[in-house]
Design a protein around this ligand. Structure first.
Ligand code: MN
Length: 410
């Protein structure tokens, strides 16, 4: 087994040479095939920080990584047009036969990761993961963060698989492990940067299918943005409107936009990431000059970022996404937000039901999420695994199955 110390020593090299790792990154490598220390070499180094118990643990015996690519309808936002889901699927197998599943969903302009860097990182993590005791999922996650601190999305897939396998071993659903009592959550649905006529039509359809909050993207063209928001109000007058600028405005343009919307009698439920992620002063300027709630999304990846939001007083809410922060750190971000009386939102990248389902468990299990933006773009048949939380717009419902509730398709 690779110890924490040897992994970090090697990880520092590997992290500096991800391109090399990616060339190694055959898509489905059996555990240990790429590294020197597979599960068979467990004799040395069992004293690594990740393992107190040698005998009563449940070891991870294999880890598989493969790309996950699905075509989608073009989805324009202020950061670009998305046309594909280019994700990765992780499967870990415990020595007791239980499997855990995880998905990484990178958006390069948000996290700096793409499918190739994700596959390189995941394949670089394998030799450390194999041989670890699943009971130590938290210290495993911390070790991965210390080596691959910038690859949160890749690490998220591993944490997802670890926590899925761990809670299956405990024989409880993940949301119950988190302390949840609610087994369902209600999501909004997002309308992209589309012409006003189309936005109105989509809004009317969403209202008719039961959605109570419609999220929309802005941040490219001020007058078109305002027209789109007005069109959504006209199409779905009974729905709340959540607005996301994805960093697209300057502080003053953001203020002009939101004032104009309010002057038209629309009071959005939130105005998300109006300005550049690093411009907390600009975000505070917007927040201080409107009565509409301001939310931080791209500004918050880590708990340290969340502390900065609190310290600068620049937002009323934090949008947590597992792909930005991973699952364990997301718990800390939620705790920081709650401690500071900030509102909680959960969102997603372009994800199949696997990663979305994990976020559904997270929101239901942690509780207190006032804004839930977990709208699926794909059918369950396109998910690498079957089962999981069931979506019937606008609700996600979690079943009694242990873990995340997914099953292998094989
Ligand atoms: Mn956002």
């Amino acid at each position: 087994m690779t110890t924490r110390r040897t992994f970090i020593r090697k990880g520092a090299l590997t992290a500096g040479g991800l391109a090399a790792a990616a060339t190694l990154g055959a898509t489905v490598l059996p555990a240990g095939a790429a590294g020197s220390a597979g599960p068979g070499v467990a004799g040395h180094g069992a004293a690594g920080s990740a393992g107190p118990g040698k005998s009563d643990g449940v070891k991870i015996s294999r880890m598989f990584v493969e790309p996950l690519t699905i075509e989608m309808d073009p989805f324009p936002i202020a950061l670009g047009v998305m046309t594909h889901l280019d994700n990765a699927f992780v499967r870990i197998v415990l020595e007791n036969g239980i499997e855990g599943y995880g998905e990484a969903a990178p958006i390069m302009t948000i996290s700096g990761e793409n499918q190739q860097t994700i596959l390189g990182t995941l394949n670089s993590c394998r030799e450390f993961i194999v041989g670890q005791d699943i009971n130590n999922y938290r210290s495993i996650a911390y070790t991965l963060k210390s080596a691959f601190w910038a690859q949160a999305t890749a690490r998220c897939a591993i944490e997802m698989a670890l926590l899925d396998a761990y809670t299956k071993t405990l024989n409880i659903p993940f949301y119950r492990f988190l302390g949840g009592t609610e087994n369902r959550v209600e999501t909004d649905y997002t309308i992209a940067i589309v012409p006003a006529v189309q936005a109105k039509k989509e809004a009317a359809e969403l209202a008719a299918s039961g959605f109570r909050v419609i999220k929309t993207k802005v941040g490219v063209n001020l007058s078109e943005d305002i027209d789109r928001v007005l069109a959504i109000r006209d199409g779905a007058p009974g729905c709340g409107i959540l607005i996301d600028a994805n960093q697209g405005y300057s502080p003053k343009t953001a203020l002009r936009f939101i004032n104009e919307v309010v002057n038209q009698g629309i009071y959005p439920v939130m105005f998300e990431q109006p300005v550049h992620k690093n411009d907390l002063a600009g975000m505070k300027y917007v927040r201080d000059n409107t009565e509409i709630l301001v939310g931080a999304d791209e500004s918050v990846f880590t708990r340290a970022d969340a502390i900065n939001i609190v310290r600068t007083g620049c937002a009323d809410a934090i949008n947590i996404k597992l792909m930005k922060s991973c699952i364990i750190e997301a718990l800390d971000i939620a705790a920081v937000a709650r401690s500071a009386n900030l509102k909680l939102m959960i969102g997603c990248m372009v994800e199949t039901n696997l990663a979305l389902g994990c976020a559904v468990h997270f929101a239901a299990g942690v509780g207190g999420f006032e804004f839930i933006d977990l709208d699926p773009s794909f059918d369950i048949s396109e998910c690498p695994v079957s089962g999981g939380p069931v979506y019937r717009a606008p609700w996600w419902t979690i079943g009694p199955e242990p873990g995340l509730g997914f099953k292998s398709r094989q």
